[in-house]
Design a protein around this ligand. Structure first.
Ligand SMILES: Nc1ncnc2c1ncn2[C@@H]1O[C@H](COP(=O)(O)OP(=O)(O)OP(=O)(O)O)[C@@H](O)[C@H]1O
Ligand SMILES: [Mg+2]
Length: 602
């Protein structure tokens, strides 16, 4: 997590403005909520003033006959009820609108962020922890919601209310108002301290949550390692430490709240005490009518003070929420502004390709300054099978990733059917190339869903036919549920070899012009081995293919073999040619033949 502090961010207003551009589709509702803020502020002091009027002019003054006074009282009560009803209705509408706005903006923003993440170059996922991206698309965006539901417009509404109530107080009696405001500097100082303290704690809470997320996510994924090496206790201790930090940060925040709210009550009580003391002193010895006027003022002032403190209690908190929302928005926008997306600038369509591949002096590095491929050149003619062999880490998988532009080459040229791969539209290019990755990832769901990737245009019969074609139909029927076999998360319910077989079917289904098979390095049981060999043969025969091969059977079948060492091509030729050369390949072959279980079998 990039846990930068929320303080002193440049361009805070710029950020807010950008957040507010997301309200554009909902402009009418947005302005309605702003209007409501004004209306509610203006309505706030009306009822207390009406009470003041009742006490002062109706009861205290020459109200006239008793009957007339009672009628008037009834009218005033009805009016009070009406105002209360309207005010409550408008308040509900206001809260609903601001929350609705927040949720709508969040939905739009989240969709945009997720689409952006989908289009990222794979390089981004090598350098950004998955947990961070999850936090961006889930938690941070949630905080943006608060900008609307508790942030700017509600703060505006609160400030307007405060102003309206103060104005009403001053209009009623400016001396009493000043008396009430005497404890206010105390309140301002307390509010400031509270805001700072809560802000600090929340930053700690958020960092602790991120740390918890990252820890849990990584350790659940690596659970097998932890259990196999008996690290449960030690990892549990580390978890405890992070968890304790989370608790402490939260408790600090709670502490600030539990000190602040009673403190506000004390200030309110002081204000009221001063008010009563001052007014009682001033009215002492006045005639009855004038004293009733003072009583009316006191009552309305107490009501107004209560109203005044309502927004004062929460406004500091709202500022915190706003600030956190803005910091979260900044992080979210950083994802949106990340320019490292797959550049789909090619316009060339790609249909009925033959699958020819040219590598011309290709160079590539995952991390700048550490080249993984150097000056790699080769050619695969249509219909030909090229086997790529070499030590682990020599760059074999990297080669196949560059063809479909999972990563962008740094130098040289890669041609597909005679054209630079960058000239094709990315989706069209990738549709022509079927890839069986070395490390197959399966999504949780049925086997069928994993084969079709939930493409509804692919029928079950087609899948079965493809499976028969590579000799896998029986194997699948033996699984519980057959094609509806439930694949666990990350494909955990299948072995590595089985998972690769599943993606074989996927590759056949899409009838690619070029097939890329990156054989899994792990050894498998003899039965699966036979199945995989048979499937591989069915897969590559008659199709242009590049096979990163570990099985001698596959290597021997290839038209040509490319031997890689430390990112460079060290030998090319047919099996026989390379054996005759008695070089790198011949040594590899000798080693592997010694391992082979049944001579002649491989
Ligand atoms: N995503 C990545 N980010 C950074 N470096 C990487 C990444 N993927 C691979 N590498 C590095 O690039 C080099 C070549 O890796 P590559 O996966 O192409 O090897 P390989 O020949 O396929 O090996 P294996 O036979 O084990 O599959 C290795 O040194 C590896 O550490
Ligand atoms: Mg590899």
């Amino acid at each position: 997590m990039s846990g930068q502090s929320g303080a002193a961010l440049p361009g805070r207003t710029g950020l807010l403005r950008r957040v507010f551009t997301y309200t554009r589709p909902y402009r009418a509702r947005f302005w309605l909520s702003v209007t409501l803020a004004f209306v509610l502020a203006a309505a706030a002091p009306v009822r207390p003033l009406l009470i003041d009027h009742t006490l002062e002019d109706v009861l205290g003054g020459g109200g006239g006959a008793a009957e007339a006074v009672i009628t008037l009282l009834w009218r005033i009560t009805a009016l009070q009820l009406l105002i209360l009803a309207v005010e409550t209705g408008l308040r509900f509408l206001f809260a609903y609108l601001t929350s609705w706005m927040g949720q709508s903006v969040v939905r739009d923003l989240r969709e945009q962020v997720y689409r952006r993440v989908l289009s990222f170059n794979l390089r981004q996922f090598d350098t950004t922890p998955i947990g961070t991206l999850t936090t961006r698309t889930v938690n941070d965006i949630e905080a943006v919601n608060d900008i609307f539901s508790e942030g700017l417009v509600p703060i505006l509404a609160d400030m307007l209310s405060i102003a309206a109530i103060l104005a009403a107080m001053a209009w009623t009696d400016w001396r009493l108002t000043l008396v009430c405001l005497v404890p206010f500097p105390l309140l301002l100082a307390g509010t400031w301290l509270f805001k700072e303290s809560v802000n600090r704690s929340f930053h700690r809470v958020r960092n602790a949550v991120a740390a918890l997320n990252a820890f849990v996510q990584e350790h659940l994924t690596g659970m097998a390692v932890i259990q196999a090496f008996g690290r449960e206790d030690r990892e549990a201790d580390r978890f405890d430490a992070i968890n304790r930090d989370h608790r402490d940060a939260n408790i600090r925040a709670i502490l600030a709240y539990s000190v602040f709210f009673p403190f506000v009550e004390i200030v309110l009580a002081c204000s009221m005490g001063l008010l009563v003391w001052y007014a009682a002193r001033a009215s002492y010895g006045l005639p009855a009518a004038a004293a009733a006027g003072v009583t009316g003022d006191i009552v309305s002032f107490i009501l107004l003070l209560n109203l005044l403190f309502r927004p004062l209690r929460v406004i500091a908190d709202k500022f915190n929420v706003l600030q956190m929302g803005v910091v979260a928005a900044e992080r979210v926008f950083r994802v949106l502004d990340n320019p490292d997306t797959a550049r789909d600038t090619g316009r060339q369509a790609c249909r009925d390709a033959r699958g020819e591949v040219h590598f011309e002096n290709v160079g590539f590095a995952y991390v700048e300054g550490h080249p993984v491929l150097r000056d790699v050149s080769f050619h695969v003619a249509p219909g030909e099978t090229l086997a790529v062999v070499g030590d682990t880490g020599s760059g074999k998988s990297t080669i196949v990733g560059l063809i479909t532009r999972m990563y962008e080459r740094d130098s040289g040229c890669i041609r597909f059917d005679g054209r630079d791969v960058r000239e094709y539209r990315l989706d069209e290019l990738r549709r022509q190339v079927g890839v069986v990755l070395q490390d197959v990832f399966l999504f949780s769901g049925s086997l069928l869903d994993n084969i079709t990737l939930r493409d509804p245009s692919i029928r079950r019969e087609q899948v079965e036919e493809a499976a028969r074609h590579i000799g896998m139909h029986e194997f699948i029927l033996r699984l519980p549920g057959g094609y509806d076999f439930a694949v666990g998360e990350r494909g955990a319910t299948l072995s590595l070899g089985q998972r690769q077989l599943v993606s074989f079917i996927r590759a056949v289904l899409y009838r690619p012009a070029l097939l890329i098979l990156d054989e899994a390095t792990s050894s498998v049981d003899p039965e699966s081995e036979a199945l995989i060999r048979q499937a591989t043969e069915a897969l590559i025969s008659g199709r242009t293919s590049i096979v990163v091969a570990h099985r001698l059977s596959t290597i021997r079948r290839a038209h040509r073999i490319l031997v890689m060492e430390k990112g460079e091509v060290v030998e090319t030729g047919t099996h026989a040619e390379l054996l005759a050369r008695a070089g790198r390949y011949a040594r590899l072959h000798a080693l592997q033949s010694a391992d082979a279980p049944a001579p002649g079998e491989r």
